[in-house]
Design a protein. Structure first.
Length: 113
């Protein structure tokens, strides 16, 4: 991003953290960096990037997120909510226009897991 004073560059790591936090806010969806499925999606710098890949280019900016879902949720509607939340949060905080938020459901979790 250019402004009248200079250039602002936002690293992939910053976008990854924002996407991870946004993904962890959705009930019934657990980013693969999560340690459990009890709704406590805590993370730290060591594991926040697990399951999230940011692809920045001049023509297209996208994020790939791998998640686990809770058994019994309506996957399409909940994943759509996740996509919208990640897109909104990343665009709001960084000003980077997101073209795609790709979500890959990797696991289904019982509530007891």
């Amino acid at each position: 991003m250019n402004n009248s004073i200079g250039v602002v560059k936002i690293s992939d790591d910053v976008i990854t953290v924002i996407a991870g936090i946004a993904a962890s806010e959705i009930k019934g969806v657990y980013p693969l960096f999560s340690n459990n499925s009890n709704g406590n999606n805590s993370f730290n710098k060591k594991n926040i990037s697990k399951g999230i890949k940011v692809n920045l280019s001049d023509n297209k900016t996208s994020i790939d997120i791998s998640v686990a879902v809770e058994y019994g949720i309506k996957i399409p509607s909940v994943i759509r909510e996740l996509q919208e939340n990640v897109k909104t949060q990343v665009e709001t905080f960084t000003g980077v226009k997101m073209e795609e938020i790709n979500v890959f459901v990797q696991r289904v979790l019982n509530k007891s897991e």
